[in-house]
Write a protein that binds this ligand. Structure first.
Ligand SMILES: [Zn+2]
Length: 100
């Protein structure tokens, strides 16, 4: 698996499907890999699911937190997991959240 350090994206491809970077390196343990971008509510549910499976993960809220105070549904969040948990995380995501 290759890894784009700019996007934190693991990919089978030689180029990053997101930013088009071609100087990808091998993904390695400890690389935080992008799993999904979801509405904050769903992101938190996925985070809970991952934690129940003992998968460490990072939830990164997108956009302004000031806006989120008024409209939580307007906020998105991204979920990242270390590369060694990437396959498990993608499987869990597909099982529970096939809304991508
Ligand atoms: Zn990229």
């Amino acid at each position: 698996m290759n890894f784009c350090t700019r996007c934190n994206l693991a990919t089978q491809s030689d180029t990053c499907p997101k930013c088009g970077a071609q100087n990808l390196r091998q993904a390695q343990e400890g690389d935080f890999c992008f799993v999904a971008e979801l509405d904050l509510l769903y992101a938190k549910m996925l985070q809970n699911t991952l934690q129940q499976q003992s998968v460490p993960c990072v939830l990164q809220p997108m956009g302004s937190t000031a806006i989120a105070l008024y409209s939580i549904s307007a906020q998105k969040a991204r979920i990242y997991v270390p590369y060694e948990y990437y396959d498990i995380a993608m499987e869990l995501k597909d099982t529970y959240y096939s809304i991508d």
